[in-house]
Design a protein around this ligand. Sequence first.
Ligand code: MG
Length: 159
Amino acid sequence: MAMRIGLGYDVHALVEGRDLIIGGVKIPHEKGLLGHSDADVLAHALADAILGALREGDIGKLFPDTDPAYAGADSLKLLAQVGELCRARGWRVADADCVIAAQRPKMSPHRDAMRTNLAAALGIPVENVGVKATTTEWLGFEGREEGISAQAVVLLESL
Ligand code: MG
């Protein structure tokens, strides 16, 4: 059986007047992430990890932010499209793990809902998607609450 590994990383700025959507969960907060789509930093990192393993570039190439079709797009739907591409190329997502870096708000109450959403978008068991979060101890842009970042790794197996 052939295997591939992929790494994804994404950052979005925190601004007033936007919803905070991470892993498909709308989290109550005074700020949200800025972006052309819903700016779901976690879904984007995971999608990029899969595209990396497929050697297919990144979501910016697949879903250009200059394309009005993706304005306000539900990133779980974009992730689902990446999952379909993955299967079409002869691979399946065997396992994934993700980490969110955010000083606030607390992500832990939403972790399982995020896992459920991401796994459902990819059509894989929830056991095969890990999500955790860390603060950055008030250091860097995440620590100053200027933005939130997310990283993901995936393992693909050939079908
Ligand atoms: Mg992004």
